[in-house]
Design a protein around this ligand. Structure first.
Ligand code: G3P
Length: 217
């Protein structure tokens, strides 16, 4: 499973990238707002740092506007994936932009039917939001499993980009289902390293080591 990092925080991306944990980056209008940076400026920096796909989201609500904004965002770097919402206009924009050879990430997906339409429209990535489904007491991971089955049934090449990930457990579940990509905030990727038994075991080893009176260097 590829790891995308869901942030526009350059320092956080750099830290994970140096460890080989970043296959791509996703941003959205809320994350750009949180960064306090200019969208083109910060997205360009991310594109130069990470060779993988960097999603930048359009904000127009009509297809023509999305297409124009998508073409503008694509000028930022060769690795830009244009993000459009899963509306009828978004699907129209997806079809046009992918026909031009551009990567398109169709976002705000909450049903298998929506994912099916995105694949038919040629989407490079579909972004189902698991955390926001969990928020309304619907198991978001059930949607990932449904989309996996639908895409496998018909050999669609659209990649399932599990989004709105809120916990390390979401990462594990996405990997078990066979999502192609998971995008998560930096703290969630780091939390995957944590285990209470690792901490407990390390404490015991350190205590015993101190009793030996030895040093390695
Ligand atoms: O990739 C989409 C993601 O940023 C949404 O996450 O936590 O705002 O639902 P969240």
């Amino acid at each position: 499973m590829k790891f995308f990092v869901d942030t526009a925080d350059i320092d956080a991306i750099r830290e994970l990238h140096e460890l080989g944990m970043v296959d791509g980056v996703t941003t959205n209008p809320s994350l750009i707002m949180k960064s306090g940076r200019d969208i083109k400026e910060v997205t360009k920096e991310i594109c130069e740092l990470v060779p993988g796909p960097v999603s930048a989201e359009t904000v127009a609500l009509d297809a023509e506007g999305m297409i124009a904004e998508g073409r503008e965002l694509a000028k930022i770097g060769d690795n830009i994936a244009i993000k459009v919402p899963l509306t009828w206009a978004g699907l129209q924009a997806c079809k046009v932009l992918t026909s031009e050879g551009r990567m398109v990430n169709v976002t705000l997906c909450f049903s298998a039917n929506q994912a099916l339409l995105a694949a038919k429209a040629g989407a490079t990535f579909i972004s189902p939001f698991v955390g926001r489904l969990d928020d309304i007491n619907i198991d978001g991971m059930d949607l990932i499993a449904e989309i996996r089955q639908v895409y496998d049934n018909y050999d669609f090449s659209t990649e399932i980009l599990t989004a709105s990930i809120r916990s390390a457990n979401h990462m594990k579940e996405a990997a078990l289902i066979g999502a192609d990509v998971a995008t998560a905030p930096p703290n969630v990727i780091k939390a995957m390293a944590n285990h209470v038994l690792t901490d407990k075991g390390l404490d015991a080893f350190m205590a015993d080591w101190a009793k030996t009176g030895q040093s390695i260097i």
